[in-house]
Design a protein around this ligand. Sequence first.
Ligand code: ZN
Length: 227
Amino acid sequence: MLLCAIADLVAPRRCCACDAVLPAGSSTWCAACETACEPAPPSALPPAPHAAVFQYGGAMAIALRRYKYAGRSELARPLGNLLAAAAPAYGDLVDAVVPVPPHPSRLRERGFDPVALLSAPLARALGVPHRLEALRRVRPTPPQAGLDARARAANVRGAFVAASKRPLPRAVLLVDDVRTTGATLAECTRVLRDAGVGSVYSVTLAMATGDSDDDARDAFAGNAASW
Ligand SMILES: [Zn+2]
């Protein structure tokens, strides 16, 4: 506790969206940004089969853009903790956490794996293995922006393979940062099930819903070919 207090004095915690210095006890948002952060609709909350914790928009959209596209890797911890809060909903339902992987070229360019950093605290909270090697992205996927659902599905088809040399568990929790049409998660689910996984749940930190879908597309537009 004392060390935390000293750390806050040396490098005060800042809001993930607007960089305002946070008061003691806050770790993610300032008061203004917190009110601009909407939970996902009840039907999508964990452990729904295709779950999300928040809607994509407002402070969450800004924070995720900064995290993924502005190199703000230090946001992994507060954002990962928000995702890890979903752990109790899964109880004994899953045996491993599997993040949607980036293409190796994208990983080199960015220098960190944003989804794996987000999913690590969730795996720890669940007490299950974090199986980074379970999936591999073998093809960079062009931007999904402007594509309809069918085109998005075609865009990611064949982009992933099951890559683990070890047996895959019975039930997996697949993790991504944002869901728009769900095409990426559906393709990863198909690959995992073809590799013998019995149940695949998925959860994302945020989901694009109605009004926020354009925001999500904007966020992904203009970024490099794969993410
Ligand atoms: Zn803020």
